[in-house]
Design a protein around this ligand. Structure first.
Ligand SMILES: Cc1ncc(COP(=O)(O)O)c(C=O)c1O
Length: 380
């Protein structure tokens, strides 16, 4: 979709782009300054494969303060982005022929990462409220189920999984020897009454078997800095660090120093960004709720809304004459006729939907919502 958007923009067409998977904010100034200082001081050298002890300690402290989980800094591995952290954790935890449960809608990369680790991704559909259920996970589980990938707040749905549900899932996982890889990259972005809880906090026994994932990309708008973290039982952390030492080697040393500065000094930047996302979320939720036929459980985290559009399938646009057979068709129609770019649910293993990112200005969101509503009203 981003290639299509660029193509149209190159033709001089102004596109309202709701596809972004990254915050449209600048990184905290203190992180930028720390990076520049680090470069001038010649700190751009290799470090230990698991990252500097200074940053591992800071991450452990932050996890304890914000999520209530206690880890020894030796259990923390700094990775070159959360993405490679998840992939490396899968390489360590999944044996050839194992399967990994993935609630859907899910982030595009999970099933592919599982396959790269020689596992079988088992997609488990969430309920109509876009939350996973233990009964469905249990139905998909067998003796080769090695892990469950959880992602709350969720990309693409914006759902924040409630603590009671996480406890139930966590206790089920512990009882059945299923490890959890908990991708909490959006943990600082929650809105209204929603509060992020780690499944490893909701069901503390999980900390003995499972892997927590976090990072700088979303919380601090530092996507290109490629900084992720994971926390795991010591033997697993060591194994992941060994894999990392063979694959990418030590994490980016300049980014580690910048991340340290941000973790220690940029809470205010983080909160300001979160407040801006919350205002945008309200704009999107309020507009979607007024569109008849759109099914969208209210998002309360990350920066996405996931709009179910099943009721429009088979309908024809009175203006363009085009019939919408799938979420992909609707995305195409909105792009071509209204110059609004969204991402089709098929990218997230949930085809009858589209993802709307609110990592863009309130003005763009308001105009986009107007155009989407007008287009949907023309489908009959
Ligand atoms: C659910 C989820 N996990 C992980 C990542 C990757 O984060 P990073 O930039 O730290 O690799 C993303 C990025 O879009 C994401 O949406």
């Amino acid at each position: 979709m981003s290639a299509r958007v660029k193509d149209l923009q190159a033709q001089g067409i102004a596109i309202l782009d709701l596809t972004a998977g990254e915050p449209d904010f600048s990184p905290p100034k203190c992180a930028e300054e720390a990076a520049i200082k680090a470069i001038h001081e010649g700190r751009g050298r290799y470090t230990a494969a698991a990252g500097t002890m200074e940053l591992r300690k800071a991450v452990a402290t932050q996890i304890e303060r914000e999520l209530g989980m206690v880890y020894d800094p030796k259990q923390i591995v700094i990775t070159n982005g959360a993405k490679i952290g998840i992939a490396q954790a899968l390489m360590v935890l999944v044996e050839s022929g194992d399967n990994v449960l993935i609630p859907t809608p899910c982030w595009t990369s999970y099933p592919e990462m599982v396959k790269l680790a020689e596992g079988e991704p088992r997609l488990v559909e969430c309920d109509s409220d876009l939350l996973p259920r233990v009964a469905d996970l249990e139905a998909a589980r067998d003796e080769r189920t090695a892990a469950l990938l959880l992602n709350s707040p969720c990309n693409p749905t914006g759902m924040v999984f409630p603590k009671a549900l996480l406890r139930e899932i966590g206790e089920w996982a512990v009882a059945n020897g299923v490890r959890v890889i908990s991708d909490e990259i959006y943990s600082t972005l929650t809105y209204g009454d929603a509060k992020h809880v780690s499944p490893l906090h909701a069901a503390p026994e999980l900390q003995k078997t499972s892997v927590w994932i976090g990072g700088m990309s979303k919380a601090y708008a530092m996507t290109g800095w490629r900084m992720g973290f994971l926390a795991a039982p010591l033997d697993i952390a060591k194994a992941i660090s060994k894999v990392q030492s063979q694959l990418s080697g030590s994490p980016n040393s300049i980014s580690m120093l910048a991340s340290l500065a941000a973790i220690e000094h940029a809470d205010a930047d983080r909160d300001a960004m979160c407040n801006a996302f919350e205002r945008r979320c309200k704009i999107v939720v309020s507009a979607l709720s007024k569109m008849p036929g759109v099914d969208c459980p209210n998002p309360s985290g990350a920066f996405y809304a996931f709009a179910g559009v099943k009721s429009f399938l088979g309908k024809t646009c009175s203006e363009t004459g085009r019939t919408v057979h799938s979420g992909d068709d609707l995305v195409e129609l909105l792009l071509e006729a209204d110059h609004v770019a969204t991402v089709a649910g098929s990218a997230f293993a949930a085809p009858d939907a589209l993802r709307i990112s609110f990592a863009t200005s309130e003005k763009v969101l308001q105009e986009s919502m107007k155009r989407i509503a007008a287009r949907l009203a023309k489908l009959s």
